[in-house]
Structures are given as structure tokens and as C-alpha cells.
Design a protein around this ligand. Structure first.
Ligand SMILES: Cc1ncc(COP(=O)(O)O)c(C=O)c1O
Length: 208
């Protein structure tokens, strides 16, 4: 049984709500609409943002199960439903952009594009495992992460040094402590993914 399946089972058994943060993984990056579909596990809530508007207009949301929705929306006859609005709830600009982005994803079959690129990213990124400072590499869909071995007594310093070296060369990496993570565009070409990995190899080799 997979990790998420097991989590689902434990949460169901103990009446705990299972929430998936799909802010990065949602809307295609897993080669499916959400990680939930990719892994065949249904959470009680999904948080989403970013790709729903192609990241160009701020928009986020929460998808909830019928049971949660009904708990919010039902109550005494004359009571208003549980108040949960925000100033920019359902913002027309963001909603319009979200609709267009979803149309484009469907029209250009971008989930399939992600599935086609996944093996390219996988094969390419794992070539970095020969670098002595690389501790672990993982990938799913169009996401990947490289864990670097922390510098002796200075956790995070190696990741920061690589981040800064990247900036010097006009490359913006996403480093969280000693982990470098990747979420390339769905429209990347195979060659661009390989070039990205080659660039990261050079940065890690130069700094570590
Ligand atoms: C996985 C994940 N969850 C949540 C957030 C925060 O999202 P927001 O800024 O929409 O609250 C981020 C931001 O990068 C994220 O990467």
C-alpha cells in the first residue's frame, strides 16, 4: 500500500480530515488533474492556486467533500450559512483567467504533455546522482527535487551557496535549505529540460 493510501486509511479510521496541499501539484503538474487522481487517493479537502491561472493572476481555492460542504451550508432554517467569504472571493478577473487557462489546458492536452515529459525529466535529473554532494533525487510528473548532503555543521549553507551562484549567472533556483526543487513549465521541450539539468550540474559542481 502506498504512503497516501495508508494516510487515507488512518484518517478515515480515526475521523481525521485528510487535506492535500496541491498548490504546486494541482492542475496538471502530476500528469493528471491533481495528485489525488495520480495516486488514486481522495482527500477531504484540496487546496489549490498557482497553475489554475497560469500563475499570472492571484487565485486560490479549496475543494471540499460533499460532507464538508453540507456541514457549511446547512443549519437552522433562518440562519445564514457559516460565513466564509473574503474581499476578493470569486474575483471576476481571476475567475475569467482561470476559465481561459483551463480551456487552454484542455485544448492543448497539457496533462498528456506533462506525462510525455515526465520520463525525460526523470532520466535527465537522475544523471546528477553521480555528484558526490547529492544525497537523493526524486521526481513525479513535472516536479523533481534534489537533496544535497548538508555541509558539515552548516545545514542549509550548501543550498544557499548554490542559489547565490545561480543568481550570479542569471538562474533563479528554488532552494529550501539543502533541497533544490523544480517545477518546469508544461510547454518545456525535452531539450530545455536537459539544458536545465545541465545548468544545475554546473552550479552544483562549481560550488560544492
Ligand atoms: C505547496 C505550497 N503550498 C502553499 C503555498 C502557499 O500558497 P499561497 O501563497 O497561495 O498561500 C505554496 C507557495 O509557494 C506552496 O508551494
Amino acid at each position: 500500500m502506498g504512503y497516501l493510501q495508508r494516510l487515507r486509511e488512518i484518517c478515515t479510521r480515526h475521523g481525521i480530515l485528510l487535506i492535500f496541499d496541491e498548490v504546486i501539484t494541482g492542475f496538471g503538474r502530476m500528469g493528471a488533474a491533481f495528485g489525488a487522481q495520480r495516486f488514486g487517493v481522495t482527500p477531504d479537502m484540496i487546496c489549490f492556486a498557482k497553475a489554475v491561472t497560469n500563475g499570472i493572476v492571484p487565485m486560490g481555492g479549496v475543494i471540499v467533500s460533499d460532507a464538508i460542504y453540507n456541514t457549511f451550508m446547512t443549519g437552522p432554517e433562518n440562519a445564514i450559512e457559516f460565513c466564509h467569504g473574503y474581499t476578493y472571493s470569486g474575483h471576476p478577473l481571476a475567475a475569467a483567467v482561470g476559465n481561459v487557462v483551463l480551456d487552454v489546458m484542455e485544448r492543448e492536452d497539457l496533462f498528456a504533455q506533462v506525462r510525455a515529459l515526465e520520463p525525460v525529466l526523470e532520466e535527465s535529473i537522475h544523471t546528477l546522482s553521480d555528484l558526490p554532494v547529492v544525497a537523493d533525487i526524486r521526481n513525479v510528473g513535472l516536479t523533481a527535487a534534489i537533496d544535497l548532503k548538508p555541509a558539515e555543521g552548516k545545514p542549509g549553507a550548501r543550498g544557499l551557496a548554490i542559489f547565490e551562484a545561480g543568481l550570479q549567472q542569471g538562474q533563479l533556483l528554488r532552494c529550501t535549505a539543502d533541497t533544490i526543487s523544480f517545477g518546469p513549465p508544461f510547454i518545456s521541450t525535452a531539450q530545455e529540460l536537459r539544458d536545465m539539468v545541465a545548468t544545475v550540474r554546473n552550479l552544483i559542481s562549481a560550488v560544492a
